[in-house]
Every structure is written in structure tokens, then in C-alpha cells.
Design a protein around this ligand. Structure first.
Ligand SMILES: *Cc1c(COP(=O)(O)O)cnc(C)c1O
Length: 427
């Protein structure tokens, strides 16, 4: 599938049935797998043979779908997780532990910010948050000897800032650590961060990938390009023997292409068990089969709504990276020449109260915490998803108190705009 276009990978990547096998990915609805001898199974436990033994660690349905996303991103290995949160946590915890430090963009999803700044901090991992627009000096001075990775979002949810992936990758690499990119909003249809120097990609597959609001899920993809063995003391978990697996050294046994994902599966899935259910992986694959078609429409609707709002005098401001004149327009053109996403952020004149009245007046878009599915929806982050943040933290994350996040679904853009018009006229 390597040489095919992204559209073909969306439809047919990952699963290649043999003669007489099911055309559609089978749902392997089994917690466990049968073996003839104890030795056969022992080899699996020692990672000497590959195969399935317990769905808390691995399941064939998940692996077919992970292989598809891996091909779409152009990676070397991938795994599904039960949620995007689990993917973000694993992506870092796989290479960092108590006493370590991570540099993260401050403009990230609220749930990720909480995971990093509160929960992982409690585990002894420290984070320094930098603006995606910080100078090279600020970025470089955020690193410490114990820094293990840099983290950012291609298009941040909900601030819609665009990360300069090449610049952040260069800074990460010059300090001997990988760049991890949450590519949820752009999807590999619109941006493939590995082509710009990123080393690991994460997804909340709950959003566009699933696309129908049917299943919560996540994914981690490794590019296989980061050379852990150049810094063995920095990444001992990958470069030195794992005593919980009879002394296997992941980089030696599985190479640069397989070490990171094998370790995350063998250790983190074994111990935390945040695996996606095979049923959900099946539903995710149905979403992936139309992702390339749907992303085009989401982007068309996003662009039409952003343009309408930017010409409306009841609207204070509009942020949409695909809108000419947007602060991130040129970065968006560079990293996402075919379109960005369907999410538009804006302020309704009159602030917090006007924003809430506007949302109640809408007839098509529902008020939901969700984004990025077939049905349009909207949210006021300052009073919901980000309510635990102070005004100062909100500002650092690029969120003002009047911000409405509007996720354009797959409906007619004419209808969406007419609905917004009546909602604004009835304020
Ligand atoms: C939703 C989201 C997450 C968290 O994913 P869940 O599937 O809800 O756990 C992480 N990153 C981004 C950019 C998101 O939009």
C-alpha cells in the first residue's frame, strides 16, 4: 500500500484477506486464544514469537485497523488505544518516568492539558508549556537535561493554532528527543506530520476518523525514524534489557521500526489495559473507509461558515486556519494545502451571554462536548471543557471567554449559514 494515494489507503489499507477470507475486517470477539502446547504459549510471553494470547494486550481486529492508520500516516508500527487520552498518556509514559520532563505546546486540548499538568505531574513527570508561537530562544531554553520529548497538536483543539512542525521537530532533535504530534484535527488525509520531521503521531479516533460519534478510541503511530540507540541512557526502557520480559532489549529485538510500539504494547497495555474493544475498532474502520471523502466536505463547510461569519457585523472575531487573513493561514497552507478541518472558532459580540444565547437559538447544530462528526455541533469551552482553567491559563491556551467552537458537520453549508443567520438575528 506504500505507493498508493491516501484515498486508496483509507479504503483498503491494513487488511488484505487471503483466498476465501472475509472481505470486511472480521470482528474477533474473543478475550483469549487457543494453543496446543504450553511451550507455544511461553514463546509468546517471552516475545520470542508473535501471536495473540489475551485481548487486554492485542487483538487481530485492532491490529488490522492500526495497520491501516499506520499506512495512512506513513509509519512503521501502530497500536489502537481505548481513547485519545490513553494514546496521549502512553505516547509519553512509554519513554518518560518519575523525574523526567516534557516540553509541550500550551495550545492543546483541555483534557490533554489536565492529563499533563495535573495527573502526570502527580506521577513525577514535569511539563513546561510554551506558546506555539514562541521564539526559538524561548523554545530552546525550555529544555532540561531530563527532557524526554516535545508534544504539540497539528491544529489545536479548540484554539485552532497551527504548529510549525518543522521548527518544533528541529528543536526536539537538536536536544536529542522525539517530537510527538497529536494529529486528531488534521487527520492524515490533510497532514502527515512524519513528512515534516515528527517522530510519533497520536490520534483521538473518536473525532473525524470514526466520524459518526459512535465509538471513543485512540491510536499511536511510530515513524520508526527516531534513533533511540543514539541516546541509550536517556531512553533506558528501549535500549537496555526489560527484566519483566526475560531481559529483552526492545531496540535490539524489534529494531527502530518496532521497538517503541512493541514496548508500549508489551508493558503499558499489559499493565494498564487501555485497549480499544474489537467492536469499536470495527466501527472505526467503517469511518476510515470514507475519511478522505468526508474531510473534503468538512473543510468546504468550515471554509464557507468561516467566510460568512467573518463578514457578519454581529461577530467579534473569527479563527479558522483555512481563512485568508487568519494568523495561521500561511502555516496552514504549508502543512495542509488541501484543507484544514471543519472546526471554526469565533466570538459573538456581547461576550459570554451572547455566545450562550446564540448557541441556544441554533436549530441544526446541537450543544455538545463533541467535535468532528457528521452532525454539526457547538460548544462554549470557557464554561464547559476548560472551566477548570484560570483566565490566565485560558489565555495561554488561546481561549477567550467569548469563544464559541463550531464543528461543521456534513450537512448543506447553505442550511448551516441560514441557521446561523436566524440565530444571530434573534439575539
Ligand atoms: C478529543 C481529543 C483528545 C482526547 O481524545 P478522547 O478520545 O476524547 O479521549 C485528544 N486530543 C485532541 C486534539 C482531541 O480533540
Amino acid at each position: 500500500m506504500k505507493d498508493f494515494n491516501i484515498d486508496t489507503k483509507c479504503v483498503q489499507g491494513g487488511y488484505r484477506p487471503g483466498n476465501g477470507e472475509p472481505r470486511e475486517i472480521p470482528i474477533v470477539q474473543s478475550t483469549t486464544f487457543k494453543y496446543d502446547t504450553g511451550e507455544d504459549m511461553g514463546k509468546l510471553f517471552d516475545l520470542e514469537a508473535s501471536g495473540y494470547f489475551y485481548t487486554r494486550l492485542q487483538n487481530p481486529t485492532n491490529d488490522y485497523v492500526a495497520a491501516k492508520i499506520c499506512e495512512m500516516e506513513g509509519g512503521s508500527a501502530a497500536m489502537l488505544t481505548s481513547s485519545g487520552q490513553a494514546a496521549s498518556f502512553y505516547s509519553i509514559f512509554n519513554i518518560a518516568s518519575c523525574g523526567d520532563h516534557i516540553v509541550s505546546s500550551s495550545s492543546i486540548y483541555g483534557g490533554t492539558y489536565n492529563l499533563f499538568a495535573v495527573t502526570m505531574k502527580r506521577m513525577g513527570i514535569d511539563f513546561t508549556f510554551v506558546s506555539p508561537d514562541c521564539s526559538d530562544d524561548e523554545l530552546n531554553s525550555a529544555f532540561r537535561p531530563e527532557t524526554k520529548a516535545v508534544f504539540g497538536e497539528t491544529i489545536a483543539n479548540p484554539a485552532l493554532t497551527v504548529l510549525d512542525i518543522e521548527r518544533f521537530a528541529a528543536a526536539a532533535h537538536s536536544h536529542g528527543v522525539p517530537l510527538i504530534i497529536d494529529n486528531t484535527f488534521a487527520t492524515p488525509v490533510n497532514c502527515r506530520p512524519f513528512e515534516w520531521g515528527a517522530d510519533i503521531v497520536t490520534h483521538s479516533t473518536t473525532k473525524y476518523m470514526d466520524g459518526h460519534g459512535a465509538a471513543v478510541g485512540g491510536c499511536i503511530v511510530d515513524s520508526g525514524k527516531f534513533d533511540w540507540t543514539a541516546y541509550p541512557d536517556k531512553f533506558p526502557g528501549l535500549c537496555y534489557p526489560d527484566e519483566s520480559y526475560h531481559g529483552v532489549t526492545y531496540t535490539e529485538r524489534f529494531g527502530l521500526g518496532g521497538a517503541y510500539i512493541t514496548k508500549a504494547t508489551a508493558q503499558l497495555m499489559r499493565d494498564f489495559g487501555s485497549i480499544q474493544s474489537p467492536q469499536n475498532a470495527f466501527l472505526l474502520n467503517l469511518g476510515l473507509e470514507s475519511l478522505h471523502v468526508r474531510m473534503r466536505r468538512h473543510c468546504e463547510n468550515g471554509a464557507a461558515v468561516a467566510e460568512y461569519l467573518s463578514n457578519n457585523d454581529k461577530i467579534a472575531w473569527v479563527t479558522y486556519p483555512g481563512l485568508p487573513g487568519d494568523k495561521y493561514y500561511s502555516l496552514a497552507k504549508k502543512y495542509m494545502p488541501n484543507g484544514t478541518c471543519g472546526v471554526v472558532s469565533f466570538g459573538v459580540k456581547g461576550g459570554r451571554a451572547a455566545a450562550q444565547k446564540f448557541m441556544q437559538n441554533l436549530k441544526i447544530a446541537a450543544i455538545e462536548t463533541h467535535v468532528a462528526d457528521a452532525r454539526s455541533c457547538c460548544l462554549h469551552p470557557a464554561s464547559t471543557t476548560h472551566r477548570q482553567m484560570s483566565d490566565e491559563e485560558l489565555a495561554l491556551a488561546g481561549i477567550s471567554s467569548d469563544l464559541v467552537r463550531f464543528s461543521c458537520g456534513l450537512e448543506s453549508s447553505e442550511d448551516l449559514i441560514a441557521d446561523m443567520e436566524q440565530a444571530l438575528n434573534n439575539l
